[in-house]
Design a protein around this ligand. Structure first.
Ligand SMILES: Cc1cc2nc3c(=O)[nH]c(=O)nc-3n(C[C@H](O)[C@H](O)[C@H](O)COP(=O)(O)OP(=O)(O)OC[C@H]3O[C@@H](n4cnc5c(N)ncnc54)[C@H](O)[C@@H]3O)c2cc1C
Length: 380
């Protein structure tokens, strides 16, 4: 069964072939080694940059591809359907969007071309040991001292944290002002005294993706590295692109379900139980019929959200529904599909096992399911 996208066209189909070539020929062969290492390494990022696969929805004048969300979505989808979660191009793209939407001309010129080429991997550091969902509780402090800020604090769970060449750090520039005293500072990690990458965190899934603690001990950040050049804009900047960020999770959730469905279908056609193929059991067919139905229904909703996002009309509550529904359904669907593999489903050499473990965090990062419900319920 196919699950065609309403938003695709010939150009995007050709683009998908380019992405698939890179993913299957260059990313996938190194996945097992990347999972062992806990990161994909810098070379693959530079290679992706060379092929024009990064920052594809950033303006051409800044070194981007000049496309839109659909171009990035194609890349995410093809990785997600193969359980390849090592390269967090999504976070990289989110960071690039902060530069494009809020950066000064100078900041765009200095950082975007190097992000598009893969020279700089991007990360965004909001979460702290004491503040995740409630970002107003962050304690990282940036104090203005003449022509620079002194940045001190610690961040945790930072995607791309280990490989990042540029980190957007959310910090308090004026603690007395609460949300209005929050700003985003741009930290270049190379030759940066006081900056330290902590542990590569040992996660239950997404083993090839680097997630780290980051420490800032009186790091001198040039005043010109305050995102947008004006203090107190941090929360406004963080809120600006939420539909974009949440749709990435909605889109990858659905693509992962599609990949898992197809792999499971192949498996149950081959696997014999009680003298016949597993697919001949009514339970198997009913489970797969149910999953196929959820994917089809989901595609109608997610595709519509993608179209609205591209048109600039997607609101945060609807995007939050896509994130909530997508990640929750992904968890349920993978659980059902894994069951059809029996013991093999518990083995990491099977893609379904890796997908199952990877999927769990989709309900947590990018705003938890509970936070999504908070956001949606404000529009009831
Ligand atoms: C693999 C991974 C990658 C990540 N990448 C990044 C990254 O790149 N950058 C970054 O800054 N962060 C990142 N995060 C952090 C992530 O965004 C946070 O973990 C998430 O926002 C939740 O925050 P927390 O872990 O502090 O949980 P808490 O905020 O402590 O939440 C604990 C529980 O309380 C619930 N809860 C909280 N508030 C409410 C409420 N108002 N109503 C009801 N329930 C509530 C939550 O839903 C959750 O169930 C990543 C996390 C992981 C696991």
């Amino acid at each position: 069964m196919d699950f065609p996208r309403s938003w695709t066209n010939e150009e995007l189909d050709r683009w998908r072939e380019t992405c698939v070539r890179f993913i299957t020929q260059e990313l996938e062969p190194d996945d097992a080694a990347s999972r062992e290492r806990g990161h994909v390494g810098h070379a693959i990022w530079r290679r992706a940059g060379e092929l024009g696969l990064l920052c594809t929805d950033i303006d051409e004048q800044w070194g981007g591809g000049g496309g839109d969300f659909r171009h990035t979505a194609v890349f995410y989808e093809e990785c997600a359907r193969r359980a390849l979660t090592g390269m967090a191009t999504s976070v990289h793209a989110i960071v690039a969007h902060y530069f494009q939407n809020h950066g000064t001309e100078d900041q765009k010129r200095r950082f975007l071309p190097r992000m598009a080429s893969g020279e700089l991997v991007g990360a965004i550091a909001m979460t702290e040991p004491g503040a995740g969902s409630d970002l107003q509780g962050i304690r990282t402090r940036a104090e203005r001292r003449g022509e620079h800020y002194l940045l001190s604090g610690s961040k945790t769970f930072i995607t791309n944290g280990y490989l990042a060449g540029v980190v957007l750090v959310v910090a308090k520039t004026d603690p007395a002002q609460g949300a209005r005293g929050t700003s985003i500072l741009i930290v270049e990690t190379a030759d940066c005294p006081g900056f330290r990458v902590g542990r590569l965190l040992d996660k239950m899934g997404m083993k090839a993706q680097d997630t780290s603690e980051l420490f800032f001990d009186e790091v001198e950040v040039p005043a010109g590295n305050l995102l947008g050049g004006k203090e107190g804009q941090g929360f406004y900047q963080l809120m600006g692109d939420l539909p974009y960020e949440r749709m990435i999770i909605g889109v990858t959730a659905l693509a992962c379900m599609e990949g898992a469905y197809q792999a499971t279908l192949d498996y149950v056609r081959e696997r014999k139980v009680f003298g016949k193929a597993l697919i001949e059991m009514q339970n198997t067919r009913f489970k797969l019929a149910d999953v196929a139905t959820q994917i089809k229904v989901g595609r109608a909703f997610v595709d519509r959200c993608v179209e609205q996002l591209v048109a600039g009309t997607l609101d945060t509550a609807t995007a939050s529904m896509a994130k909530l529904w997508g990640s929750e359904t992904q968890g349920r669907v993978l659980d059902e599909l894994l069951q059809l593999y029996g013991g093999y489903g518990f083995m990491n050499e099977y893609m379904i096992a890796r997908m199952y473990a990877d999927a769990r965090v989709q309900r947590i990062y990018g705003g938890t399911s509970e936070i999504m419900k908070e956001v949606i319920s404000r529009k009831l």
